[in-house]
Design a protein around this ligand. Structure first.
Ligand SMILES: *Cc1c(COP(=O)(O)O)cnc(C)c1O
Length: 355
């Protein structure tokens, strides 16, 4: 079958396929039109977006901007660990599976300890307090890399969302064993949109020490914020960012789009829309014979087993989506700009190509 899609077709492979939202671009243009500005983060836009994040989180946190999520996670974890420490995470954690050893590299060797006995399907990508305790109490001798951080992903890599109580239970266990709690929030906005809670409630009030707040998947051209609620952990972080090649010279072009995103709750609307499109896709997919959706989406992705013939036919028709490693299903991601028409077009092809 020929690829009949034109290049403007929306896709479901990654929420990173989407462009930047108008609000972010508008702020970017304003930053460009406002004349000369100090470089390296000493500009008005960076001050403003950082203050907006402090307001959003209702706390005087330390904020740093980097180019992508891998750098945000790697540098945040490096700031929380010595080289002989370790970081507890799930087997499907982005830091474990998709960062090319970045956290280990930037921390000069801190080891990731993958939680054992967590069935990806049963836990749906979530870490548990028991898994933390098992890894911490397993060994205490000098030959074992000392656990220092528990890292959770919100929303998870499997499209689920930790409740406030779940995060509280994890942080309680982490604190019990003197661990810090790191949150990979590449899709933090989608999680907050799902929970309908205040950002403070699901982060520092629930015991999160450092949040990597994803802006890119939410509608920025580029840029993630590293938010330190435990401000002692951000000591020298600026130097870490610079050494890693993550300090934007013209920082205002990272921070101004954040202003656009945070202003008027655009970030939350973008995420809510992406989540709603995932719900629409999910409901449609339930009607398709032979398609087995793994669980109801809580964020902006749908995970499902599809017959191989259908997967091949959809790919041949030009649809792009990942065959997800964890759970061996397919992953369909919706973005801030995913239209109902795109969802319906994909569903129509799923129906018609399903023989
Ligand atoms: C996308 C993503 C990141 C960031 O990835 P980059 O490509 O480095 O920006 C981090 N964590 C999770 C869970 C992600 O999905």
């Amino acid at each position: 079958m020929k690829n009949t899609m034109n290049t403007t077709q929306q896709q479901f492979a990654s929420d990173n396929y989407a462009g930047a939202c108008p609000e972010a671009l508008q702020a970017l243009l304003e930053a460009n039109d406002s004349g000369h500005e100090p470089a390296y983060g000493d500009d008005r836009w960076t001050e403003r977006s950082s203050n907006m994040l402090r307001e959003l989180f209702e706390i005087d946190c330390d904020v740093y901007y980097v180019f992508n999520g891998t750098a945000a996670n790697s540098l945040a974890l490096a700031a929380m660990c010595q080289s002989y420490h370790s970081v507890i995470c799930t087997p499907v954690a982005h830091i474990e599976t998709d960062e090319c050893g970045g956290p280990e590299f930037f921390s000069n060797g801190s080891k990731l300890l993958v939680a054992e006995g967590l069935s990806a399907a049963a836990q749906r990508g979530k870490l548990t307090p028991e898994a933390i305790e098992t890894l911490v109490t397993k060994r205490s001798d000098i030959h074992y890399p000392r656990p220092k951080v528990a890292s959770i992903t919100q929303a998870t890599e499997l499209g689920t969302v930790y409740s406030v109580d779940e995060v509280r239970a994890l942080s309680w266990m982490a604190k019990k064993h003197k661990l810090k709690l790191h949150m990979d929030g590449a899709r933090f906005a989608n999680a907050v949109a799902h929970l309908g809670c205040k950002p403070a409630e699901i982060t520092w009030k629930a015991g999160v020490d450092v949040l990597c707040f994803g802006g890119t998947k939410n509608g920025l051209p580029v840029g993630e914020a590293v938010v330190f609620f435990d401000r002692e952990l951000s000591q020298d972080f600026a130097w870490r960012v610079k050494q890693a090649g993550q300090l934007a010279s013209k920082m205002r072009f990272i921070s101004a789009p954040w202003v656009g995103l945070l202003d008027n709750n655009t970030w939350l609307r973008n995420a809510g829309h992406a989540n709603a499109m995932a719900q629409r896709l999910y409901k449609g997919m339930l009607q398709i014979q032979g398609v087995q959706v793994l669980h109801a989406p809580e964020a902006n992705g749908v995970f499902a087993h599809l017959p191989k013939a259908l997967v091949d036919a959809l790919h041949a028709k030009g649809w792009k989506f990942y065959q997800f490693i964890a759970g061996s299903g397919c992953r369909f991601m919706c973005a801030w700009d995913t239209t109902q028409a795109s969802v319906d077009a994909l569903l129509a092809d799923m129906h018609s190509l399903n023989v």
